[in-house]
Design a protein around this ligand. Structure first.
Ligand code: MOS
Length: 743
């Protein structure tokens, strides 16, 4: 026998970089504390700011006395509506004006004596130390002319007004006659659910460090939209966007809560303007509750009709949510019910209750996260009425096309997700009767629910540069809030250019870079990677041309081509880095996506499997096992993707079992604005969470990516509720599922 040929030397291409569970490139700086967050930028003469919040929910300030505050040693200024410089009121919302996209309220803070919610910022104290600023803020004396306020969501529900449809995210829709079909159905359920208001509790409270240099401004801000922040501040302070630099390299979690310009950012910039000092303003935990919107409360009705075989004949999902009188948008709690089940008759509709309240905002899967609780718990209840396995009921109603629009699904791996999940979770061990499974004193329950979240793609301007030494630099102002973008996008660049992962460096989080997308709608990865692919293709074309001119084989590595051609680097630009170019760039990127979307429904989906144990005497609920099987299209990094999905599940368990913002009915004041009375899960509450991804690319998305940021939370509360019902026989219709509700 001849000798085996020698193994080829390690090549410059690592074939399996895409999808590999590589460690984060920022892991080291984060675990050692070297990573700087927005409140950690040190300027030698930095001053600190603290906010004074209104204590009424509607009315006027009749007097504001800062004299005691100004007596605090080290105080530089107390800024109120009486002495604040004029700022532009927030711009009117418009899709064509980037400054408005990040504008959650119409309130011109500190330029008005009007109060619109309990907690609205009405003054800011600036001092040499944080303690002095907070002490001063606490000494500001305010007198109000309080007006009767409409602040109670429950009481105002009879006054709900029907919600208008937005073309991008329709809230209502129908086919057939669902009301008649429900009445005629052989088997039906007609159920009411409520979910409470919830608040953002990212690890890092919102923070801003602002420094003026003449009329130019540098802002370190914890944001998921640096360009919108820049545009908004330019509008507010009447300067050019080009004179503002927003830096946001690391953000300690955002989840939608940092997608808009909330008052803290504006007040930090204002305080720096007034005092002539760089100013740091980090919200207290309470400050986040008072000045950053949370998730709407909801009241929902789900009515389902089916024939004896479990084929749905009627699906009705209606929802009531809260909106503020001073801005924000309604949360689409019924929207996923447009896409889930093949029923001949469907009616989804939504109405809203305007309140004197802080506008609610996006919070991880706004709409779906709580809407899925109602529809997926109702499906579970229907399965019991039909004496059918809940997975089987879902499979019998799995549609071939998007039920309301008839569009094709670009991908929909739900059948595979449930099949794989059932096997891995040992679903066959479940005995269907409620209360039939036990582990000593613990009642054991198993529940499932479907996750569903539409996929989006926005524009990402960027440059990719390859050097003669083989290094690659990707420059794009995207956002890193903990998702692992820098790592994943380096993998995509390495994959697309055929260079080692370690050769790629990624710069991000700075408006001095080509502008990327806002990090929202689970769309950042699809957006940025699509531009990286485009840039890589350009670079390869240019390298081929260069090779031709230099008489080098185009199959030679880029380093050889560049060296032989006498070039030290090549750069490809996608989109533009001019201010106007950003907008035309965005339009170009979005046009293709929206054209595609007329034919295809694009969404990530998944199946949750949950096991709970409920103490037979105390009603204590422990989540003991979890498996989520997802179709998120291509997985760019198996580790960071699983972490995203796991994070969504943890947040969903919080919503299922603990989270509830308590609002005083009369004063509209949040009474549990802290982490001791607002319950988020701790490590001891969370079991091992297993994640599987099907992994096939979506054929209609660049790189096949569908998005992983939000789909993980969708359906979680329902899976818990369904498991609790299986364990105890108690169906809980009101989140959170606290022990008093199962006893
Ligand atoms: Mo989001 S809730 O689109 O950050």
């Amino acid at each position: 026998m001849t000798q085996a040929p020698p193994q080829p030397p390690p090549t410059r291409t690592r074939t399996r970089v895409l999808g590999e569970p590589l460690n984060r490139v920022d892991g080291h700086v984060k675990t050692t504390g070297a990573a700087r967050f927005s409140a950690e930028y040190h300027y030698p003469d930095i001053a600190h700011a603290a906010i004074v919040h209104a204590t009424i929910s509607r009315g006027r300030i009749t007097a504001i006395d800062a004299s005691a505050a100004l007596d605090v040693p080290g105080v530089h200024a107390v800024i109120t509506h009486e002495n604040a410089p004029r700022m532009q009121p927030p711009p009117k919302p418009s899709i064509l004006n980037l400054a408005t996209l990040a504008s959650p309220t119409s309130v011109n803070y500190l330029n008005t004596d009007e109060v619109h919610w309990n907690g609205q910022p009405i003054a800011v104290a600036v001092a040499e130390t944080l303690d002095a600023a907070r002490e001063a803020a606490s000494r500001v004396r305010v007198t109000y002319d309080a007006q009767p306020a409409t602040a109670d969501f429950e009481r105002e529900q009879p006054n709900a007004i029907p919600q208008k449809n937005s073309p991008i995210m329709p809230a209502s829709g129908s086919k057939g006659d669902a009301v008649a079909a429900l009445a005629a159905a052989e088997v039906s359920v007609d159920l009411r659910f409520t979910t409470p208001m919830q608040n953002h509790n990212a690890l890092e409270p919102h923070a801003t460090t602002a420094a003026w240099d003449g009329d130019t401004l540098t802002v370190h801000d914890s944001t998921q939209a640096i360009d919108w922040t820049r545009q908004h501040l330019a509008h507010k302070f009447g300067i050019k966007a080009g004179d503002i630099r927003v830096v946001s390299t690391f953000v300690g979690g955002a989840f939608g809560g940092k997608g808009s310009v909330w008052p803290g950012t504006i007040l930090a910039v204002l305080a720096a303007r007034v005092t002539g000092r760089p100013v740091r303003l980090m919200l207290t935990r309470e400050g986040v509750y008072r000045t950053v919107g949370g998730r709407t409360p909801s009241a929902q009705r789900v009515a389902l009709g089916a024939d004896r075989d479990g084929q749905l004949t009627a699906l009705i999902h209606s929802g009531v949510t809260q909106v503020s009188r001073v801005g924000g948008g309604p949360e689409q709690v019924v929207s996923q019910s447009r896409h889930l089940y093949d029923a001949e008759n469907i009616l989804v509709e939504q109405s809203q209750v305007p309140l004197d309240a802080l506008p609610n905002t996006s919070m991880r899967a706004p709409g779906e996260a709580i809407g899925s609780y109602a529809i997926e718990a109702a499906m579970d209840e229907l399965a019991y009425r039909l004496d059918l396995d809940p997975i089987e009921l879902r499979m019998r109603n799995e549609p071939d096309r998007d039920p309301l629009t008839g569009k094709l699904f670009a991908r929909r791996g739900l059948r595979d997700a449930y099949a794989l999940g059932a096997k891995q979770f040992r679903w066959q061990d479940r005995t269907p009767a409620p209360g039939s499974m036990r582990d000593g004193r613990w009642l054991v329950g198993m529940g499932v629910a479907t996750a569903y979240h539409p996929s989006w793609q926005f524009g990402a301007n960027l440059t990719v540069r390859i050097d003669a030494d083989g290094t690659v630099l990707v420059r794009c102002a995207f956002h890193e809030m903990g998702m692992g973008g820098a790592t994943a996008y380096a993998q995509v660049a390495a994959h697309a250019l055929g260079v080692p992962f370690d050769a790629v460096r990624v710069e991000y989080g700075d408006t001095d870079l080509p502008i990327g997308p806002a990090a929202g709608g689970s769309a950042q990865t699809a957006s940025v990677t699509s531009s990286i692919l485009e840039a890589a293709a350009k670079l390869k074309r240019d390298l081929r041309k260069l090779a031709q001119r230099a008489g080098v084989s185009p199959t030679e590595p880029p380093t050889t081509i560049l060296t032989r051609a006498g070039r030290d680097h090549l750069t490809a630009t996608v989109g533009s880095d001019t201010r106007l170019g950003q907008i035309t760039g965005q339009v170009r990127f979005m046009t293709k996506f929206l054209r595609d979307r007329r034919r295809y429904m694009k969404a990530a989906c998944g199946a949750h499997f949950c096991e709970v144990k409920v103490d037979q005497d105390t009603g204590e609920i422990r989540v003991t096992r979890w498996l989520g099987v997802f179709d998120i299209g291509t997985v760019v990094n198996a580790k960071t993707a699983a972490s995203q999905l796991r994070g969504g599940i943890v947040m969903g368990i919080g919503a299922a079992l603990g989270e509830e913002t308590l609002v005083d009915r009369d004063t509209g004041r949040i009474v549990n604005a802290n982490l001791s009375e607002y319950h988020v899960p701790v490590h001891a509450d969370i079991p091992r969470i297993d994640i599987e991804c099907l992994g096939d690319p979506d054929p209609t998305m660049p790189l096949g990516v569908l998005g992983a940021g939000e789909v993980g939370i969708v359906g979680v509360a329902a899976a818990v509720a369904n498991a609790v019902h299986h364990a105890t026989g108690r169906r809980v219709y009101d989140l959170p599922i606290t022990l008093d509700k199962v006893l």
